[in-house]
Unconditional design. Structure first.
Length: 728
């Protein structure tokens, strides 16, 4: 393997891989996971609770000839301990297919002359650091030669796969039972680690399609016919449900196998059950994580926030996100310490754990400069830990992120790249708008909606095409009992099978009927009067994307929709002279209120980031939840400051997290040079006067006023991250 493969392979690998299967049935006679066993006192999977300082060493050394030659496990373990690391994940097998211990089943790296995995495991155990073994399940360097039919194959026809020096095996093939799982057993029996980090599983199901003989045969048996070629196939949506089922049964199989070998060993499945796969994980899963888009292609501050707002709503699960030392995986730059501080603050503020990640040199010994940065970040985390455990986010606004709505838009390949694909843009735009508007909110999936919607005050449905019958009943009850909802675009227009409905779901709640979508590339929302509060001029505000044609029944029109000039459907034509119909409506239903925006407002804001769209979104939310009724309001606060509001039995906590990036013409801004924010005013609705307001962790008393159920105080000048405890 070349150095180029090591540097660029991860993204190419994630983009190309796909491993499919038929869901449901358990394979190889392995008994299902015993969830109670995974919850017993003393079972190692329970140690995730309260653990905030995780670390990952990402050593894909397939491109080097000499590796770990001068590695000193004892010295390395001391450095990790001194840096405050509580759990370390490190390599047994990389995505080049090489193993870093003397395996009998895999392929030992030809430049390795020691048992790296065993030496580091033993050294970490002596220091009380939890050990997680990184294992690239599926990547092979020798078995593909004798079993080419095991190789995952993305070809549309039945052509033979390309047998290379290293290939990914299909999880539906005999490889799993004959090679993959036995090698995991080999590691467990030799080293007794606390768990495994299994990489690139969800990506393989979500980012391409395997058409090997095992997948073709299983699909033909379970669904019938050939695997669809694209989203336009009538069976594409059924394919997505089918492959999701196998994804979950396959991961269930991994847990069951590991539990059978050694019940104390747990698993971390990178990416699975994160925001890209909005399904509640099964109860035996105790921790989920993901290496979100790196600064080279994304922005940790934004992606961590997106994941945090979703993951914090999942019940009974601990979670984390990884941030790299540099701009991407497989390179050796070092970003600014302030960047790590800001990114990790977002995770901690929302109840997650930090997962700092390093790219070691081929000798394997940690870089003291990197460990110094990690140590400083972990010291800050350790100082905050007494106030981080046992918290839950205050429930105010919920944003529905329905898996079926994602699959309805992109069933074959929902996530074509590392960053969120188009099927996610509406929810991503809602997240961006609400963060910048300092609204207290969470992103919830369909299961959470059914179990917890009554805990929130407002529900936002951003272009949620599929509203199931169960969700429809729950939402209708929620509004009838006083809840508020806001929907945008083509919400509730398809059924559970992704077929177009004759009548949109919740039409009576919104007091409208939805007709055929416009098919245009843009539209305009006509603001008839200037709004001073949000700084919105009286004009036609462009919104990219098609719109839903609405007909008002009991609803009142708040804003008119103006079609593109001369009904031009391509490009960005100007607005027509006359409006076509309602652009935003409001309706009373029972004791509650329902608003509908015909344009894809949130999707447009994510795609274009036009500030007027964010202001218009806040104007709409104000129709449902005025500032005077909100649980928390920030004043004098720029949009780059994010707010998290949580509570526990001894009080509530306000986290303020700053963000700053450099000016640039291309690429993602680098997080650096934080400008201190002065004069942030915090106002909370609280039933009774608190004992004190304290700046955490120093416990400095903050002056506050309390009048008529409202607490108000001015925050200290904000540099990166400040925390305030309202002690009750």
């Amino acid at each position: 393997m070349s150095v180029d493969f090591m540097e660029n392979g991860r993204r190419r690998f994630i983009k190309d891989i796909s491993l499919m299967g038929a869901g449901g049935a358990f394979m190889s006679g392995i008994a299902p996971v015993d969830s109670e066993a995974y919850n017993r006192d003393g079972c190692s999977c329970g140690w995730f609770e309260g653990m905030k300082r995780l670390c990952h060493i990402d050593a894909h050394f397939g491109g080097f000839k000499d590796v770990y030659h001068d590695f000193d496990a004892e010295k390395a373990a001391d450095m990790f301990a001194d840096a405050g690391v509580q759990m370390l994940s490190f390599f047994a097998k990389c995505w080049a297919g090489y193993s870093y211990y003397p395996t009998e089943l895999g392929t030992v790296h030809p430049g390795l002359d020691r048992d790296f995995t065993g030496e580091l495991t033993r050294a970490l155990k002596k220091r009380g650091i939890r050990t997680i073994i990184y294992f690239m399940l599926g990547m092979e360097r020798r078995h593909q030669q004798s079993h080419p039919d095991w190789i995952r194959n993305t070809a549309l026809d039945e052509s033979a796969p390309d047998v290379q020096s290293a290939n990914m095996m299909c999880f539906r093939s005999p490889y799993v039972d004959e090679i993959g799982l036995p090698q995991m057993k080999e590691i467990i029996e030799r080293y007794e680690p606390d768990g495994f980090f299994i990489d690139i599983i969800n990506q393989q199901f979500m980012q391409s399609v395997c058409r090997c003989k095992y997948c073709r045969e299983s699909y033909a048996k379970d669904v019938g016919g050939e695997i669809p070629e694209n989203d336009n196939d009538p069976k594409a949506f059924a394919y997505r449900k089918w492959t999701n089922e196998f994804l979950e049964s396959f991961i269930h199989k991994l847990y069951s196998y590991v539990q059978r070998v050694r019940p104390e060993v747990t698993l971390i499945n990178n990416y699975t059950w994160m925001m890209r796969y909005p399904v509640t994980p099964p109860p035996f899963v105790k921790h989920i994580t993901w290496d979100t888009p790196v600064p080279e292609v994304g922005n940790f501050a934004w992606n961590f926030s997106l994941e945090a707002r979703y993951l914090t709503s999942l019940p009974d699960i601990t979670w984390s996100c990884m941030n790299t030392r540099g701009n991407t995986w497989g390179e050796y730059s070092l970003r600014e310490p302030e960047a790590f501080m800001s990114e990790c603050a977002t995770l901690l503020a929302s109840g997650g754990a930090t997962y700092l990640s390093d790219i070691p040199y081929p000798h394997g010994n940690p870089d003291p400069a990197v460990m110094k940065v990690f140590s400083d970040v972990n010291k800050r985390t350790e100082e905050l830990e007494p106030w981080l455990n046992g918290i839950e986010q205050v429930k105010e606004v919920a944003v529905l992120h329905s898996a079926d709505s994602v699959w309805s838009k992109a069933p074959m390949i929902p996530t074509p790249s590392w960053i969120p694909g188009p099927a996610y843009h509406s929810v991503c735009g809602a997240h961006k708008a609400l963060c910048e508007g300092h609204i207290q909110f969470e992103i919830i999936n369909s299961e959470t909606l059914l179990s917890s919607l009554d805990n929130y005050r407002v529900l936002i449905l951003p272009d949620q095409a599929i509203i199931s019958e169960a969700e429809e009943r729950k939402i209708r009850e929620f509004v009838r009992n006083g809840g508020k909802i806001l929907a945008t675009g083509e919400t509730g227009v398809r059924d559970d099978n992704n077929e177009v409905l004759r009548k949109m779901a919740l039409a009576d709640v919104f007091g409208i009927d939805s007709q055929k979508p416009s098919g245009t590339a843009n539209c305009y929302l006509r603001m008839s009067e200037e709004d001073d509060k949000y700084g919105i001029p009286a004009m036609d505000i462009q919104v990219v994307g098609a719109y839903a044609r609405l007909r008002v029944n009991s609803a009142k029109t708040l804003i008119e929709l103006v079609p593109p000039y001369e009904t031009i459907s391509v490009g960005m034509p100007p607005p027509a002279l006359a409006p076509e119909g309602p652009g935003m409506t409001i309706n009373k239903f029972g004791s509650g209120t329902a608003c509908y925006c015909a344009a894809r407002l949130f999707e447009a804001y994510y795609r274009k980031s036009t500030p007027l769209l964010q202001k218009l979104a806040m104007w709409m939310i104000d129709r449902l939840l005025p500032e005077a009724e909100r649980t928390i309001v920030l004043a004098n606060t720029p949009g780059n400051v994010e707010m998290f509001y949580s509570k526990r039995s001894d009080g509530c906590f306000v986290h303020l997290v700053n963000y700053s990036g450099d000016k640039r013409e291309t690429g993602v801004p680098q997080t650096r040079d934080f400008t201190t924010v002065h004069g942030i005013n915090v106002k909370l609705k609280i039933e009774k006067k608190p004992e004190a307001v304290l700046a955490i962790p120093c416990r400095t008393a903050i002056r506050f006023s309390y009048t008529g159920g409202h607490l108000e105080f001015e925050a200290h000048p904000l540099k990166i991250h400040d925390v305030y405890m309202i002690k009750t």
